[in-house]
Design a protein around this ligand. Structure first.
Ligand code: NAI
Ligand code: MG
Length: 340
């Protein structure tokens, strides 16, 4: 009764950090049966496609995937693999938690979750130039689309996530004072959904620009934030900055029938093959995957072990000022996991 899940090692440091994650998940007794598939440069090498059919089939079958970073080839006309996955599986929610891992940064005790709508808004790509006179690119033109159905779906996801994780508040972030239709539909849908959770989960609202300022002045006032695509893209990197950058930031792309978990960072070609990459972000992504699969005890055990290794054992990789190799660090976590 193992849970079948697709595993894509990815490019660059991908295979190294994925090995570390597998070591830790095995020690945790996480009941996944891995179906290893290729993507990125490895997919191109195997059959000319960074997102091979076999990989898509596997994700469709399993509905659950852990993905290493993929190098998007420059030139050659390849579309971003991440965008293709999002569209293919209608991964409408992008989950980006930000949690302080090591003290001593600019902010302490940050614990936020940002839920970004992933399929609508200003990223639907109805984009073109309009010529004027002899300038073929005189005007850049883009159309944004938010639907009531899509807005209700993302806000409901945020509230359900808040309930599941025992959180207290959801903040709707919008710009309905200016983009009255485009983000007004999101705000109205959000208010409708919020009513269903009255008495259980608090709901408040922020205009996106004010929210950006408040996130820097007093991030502790926020808990779960839900917003449309473009605002979510920007604010999710902002909150990663509150906890020291993308190095330890996990992310999840979630749809009705499939969910894909990954580190937010890329394939780090500059340090690939050296055995020094930090697997923490991918480990935390695996933690989100455990949560998603209902294995919350495993997820909690994993996060506890990471915290103990970083802050008590003080075993850290180079990017966090330590000297541990990827494998040293993974072994230290295994030690913590198996000693309870
Ligand atoms: P990057 O995140 O790979 O690297 C930026 C810097 O952070 C580098 O100095 C790198 O060594 C360091 N770094 C990243 N992850 C690290 C880790 N786990 N441990 C220690 N140091 C780490 O970003 P970059 O260089 O812009 O992109 C490289 C490739 O990755 C590109 O082909 C890009 O398209 C791809 N990429 C893929 C993503 C994905 O599949 N989700 C996301 C972002 C980029
Ligand atoms: Mg982004």
């Amino acid at each position: 009764n193992k849970i079948p899940a697709t595993l894509i090692p990815g490019d660059g440091i991908g295979p190294e950090i994925m090995d570390a994650v597998r070591l830790v998940l095995d020690a945790l007794g996480a009941p996944f049966a891995w179906d290893v598939q290729q993507g990125g440069m490895a997919g191109i090498a195997a059959g000319g496609d960074p997102l091979p059919q076999a990989t898509l089939d596997s994700i469709r079958r399993n509905g659950l995937a852990l993905k290493g970073p993929l190098t998007t080839p420059v030139g050659g006309g390849y579309r971003s693999v991440n965008v293709r996955l999002r569209e293919e599986f209608q991964l409408f929610a992008n989950l980006r938690p930000a949690h302080t891992l090591v003290p001593g940064g600019r902010f302490e005790n940050i614990d936020l979750v940002l839920v970004r709508e992933n399929l609508e808004g200003l990223y639907v790509a109805f984009e073109h130039y309009i010529p004027f006179g002899d300038d073929p690119k005189a005007v850049g033109f883009s159309t944004g689309v938010n639907t009531r159905a899509g807005s209700e779906r993302i806000v409901r996801y945020a509230f359900e996530h808040a309930v599941k994780l025992g959180r207290r508040k959801v903040t709707l972030v919008h710009k309905a004072n200016v983009l009255k239709a485009l983000t007004g539909v999101f705000l109205e849908a959000g208010r409708t959904v919020a009513v269903e959770y009255q008495g259980r989960i608090e709901c408040d609202e922020r205009i996106v620009d004010a929210c950006a300022m408040q996130l820097v002045l007093n991030p502790w006032q926020f808990d779960v934030i839900v917003t449309t695509n473009l605002f979510g893209d920007i604010l999710s990197d902002l909150i990663a900055g509150l906890v020291g950058g993308l190095g330890a930031a996990p992310g999840a792309n979630i749809g009705e029938n499939a969910a894909i978990f990954e580190a937010v960072h890329g394939s780090a070609p500059d340090i690939a093959g050296k055995g020094i990459a930090n697997p923490t972000a991918l480990l935390l992504a695996a933690g989100l995957m455990l949560d998603h699969a209902g294995l919350t005890d495993h997820a909690r055990g994993l996060r506890k072990a990471i915290d103990a290794v970083l802050n008590q054992d003080k075993v850290r990789t180079g990017d966090l000022g330590g000297t541990a190799s990827t494998t040293d660090y993974a072994r230290a976590i295994v030690q913590r996991v198996t000693s309870g």
